[in-house]
Write a protein that binds this ligand. Structure first.
Ligand code: ADP
Ligand code: MG
Length: 400
């Protein structure tokens, strides 16, 4: 990785300002009328870094954004419920500061004993955060002696709390989560054990052009599913009925197919329906899709073909559901791919999955613990798979 990590830091007696990714889904509980954490994956993922700091006698000052509060305080995006939740996980009394910057929180942090943890209110309550404003970054930097970035999920953004702030520290290091994510993804891209397979689906070709282009240089097969498959099929002149298609990406799709020389596999059969909301009209069709029907999942023959490729792989990277998995009638293709990922992992393959919806889908199948790595980053993982650098990582101190 070439950057400082926690191992390189003397944490004893230090105050570590830690950018975590606590951008977790919250839900208003009818019982308590309070917001509660719905998925704690990202909170748990930050625990190793927090514990390393506190166990070494340091203090941890945690910074995060949550949602999109439009640059001003908005109670539905408060990190207070996350502080309660984290407190339970850590088993210590965690402090929460409703102020993110300023003299009050500076004093609180200064007087906290070693081993304490404090979570500060949402950085996106300030419009300066997403503008990477230097003055705001300088204010944040007053809250620590050293900086640790453990927020892989925002590493593709250059914001004040992950990039601007790092410039103010002579020691800015990657936390365990960031180091682990980059290690897992880096190995899969830089030294994968072949055969290597990428399974790509989801809503839009336009989101994944960069990923497909870069992966074509690295992997042996790219298996395409999801709505994005129909843009590719249309390019090939296969009738796709009323399926979603990005007309302005037909040229890109053709270019990728030309470059791929057979590496890109497309679904040969589909589960179709007249309408997303009328799943009872669904049926499986082979080859073309007639007008009035739209493709909403891959069919059984495609499932078998893709499963075989995944089972033969030694490295497999997955982003993007194979169909509209949110609706049970169109979830079977995605479920089957989750099973294939788990089975090939059992056989010794290295498997990586990332993307908000993809991770939700594999959790739905309860197979998220049976793959090698579940990434906490959607956009950040895609940017890494595109072969591009991540500003959040670039901003950290180089390893001497
Ligand atoms: P991720 O969040 O894992 O990166 P995306 O956001 O790219 O994945 O895509 C997920 C979305 O794609 C889901 O909401 C799913 O319903 C949708 N989708 C998948 N296949 C289809 C399809 N055939 N038609 C319409 N939408 C689809
Ligand atoms: Mg998504």
């Amino acid at each position: 990785m070439g950057k400082l990590t926690l191992k390189d830091l003397d944490l004893q007696g230090k105050c570590a300002l830690v950018r975590v990714d606590f951008n977790v889904p919250l839900q208003l509980s009818e019982k308590t009328n309070c917001y509660e954490v719905v998925d704690d994956t990202r909170i748990r993922a930050a625990l190793p870094t927090i514990r390393t700091i506190t166990e070494a006698g340091g203090k941890a000052v945690l910074l995060s954004h949550l949602g999109r509060p439009k640059g001003q305080p908005d109670p539905q995006y408060s990190l207070a419920p996350v502080a309660d939740y984290l407190s339970g996980l850590l088993g210590t009394n965690l402090r929460f500061s409703s102020e993110t910057i300023g003299s009050v929180v500076q004093k609180t942090v200064r007087t906290m004993p070693g081993g304490s943890v404090i979570l500060l209110e949402n950085t996106r309550y300030f419009p300066e955060e997403t503008k990477n404003d230097p003055d705001f970054a300088a204010e944040l930097a007053k809250l620590g002696d050293i900086f640790v970035n453990d927020a892989f999920g925002t590493a593709h953004r250059a914001h004040a709390s992950n990039v601007g702030v790092a410039n103010h520290f002579s020691l800015a290091a990657a936390g365990h989560l960031l180091e682990n994510e980059l290690g897992q993804l880096g190995n899969a891209l830089q030294s994968p054990t072949p055969p290597t397979v990428a399974l790509l689906g989801g809503a839009k070709v336009s989101d994944k052009i960069g990923v497909i282009t870069n992966l074509l240089e690295i992997v042996d097969h790219i298996l395409i599913g999801g709505a994005m498959a129909y843009t590719f099929l249309k390019t090939k002149g296969i009738p796709i009925g009323n399926s979603l298609v990005e007309e302005d990406r037909l040229g890109d799709a053709q270019e990728m197919l030309d470059k791929a020389q057979g590496k890109i596999l497309l679904p040969g059969d589909h589960i179709v329906s007249t309408d997303l909301n009328v799943p009872n009209t669904s049926k499986t069709v082979s080859g073309s899709i007639e007008n009035g029907f739209m493709g909403l999942d891959i069919g059984q023959e495609t499932v078998e073909m893709y499963t075989q490729k995944i089972m033969d792989a030694n490295t497999c990277i997955w982003n993007g559901p194979m169909g509209v998995f949110e609706i049970p009638e169109f979830a079977s293709g995605t479920r089957a791919m989750a099973q294939a990922m788990a089975s090939t992992t059992r056989k010794g393959a290295v498997t990586i999955i990332g993307g908000g919806d993809s991770v939700a889908a594999i959790k739905q199948s309860n197979l998220h613990t049976e793959v090698t790595h579940v990434s906490t980053g959607g956009g950040a993982m895609l940017q890494f798979l595109e072969g591009k650098s991540l500003p959040g990582l670039d901003a950290l101190t180089d390893h001497p």
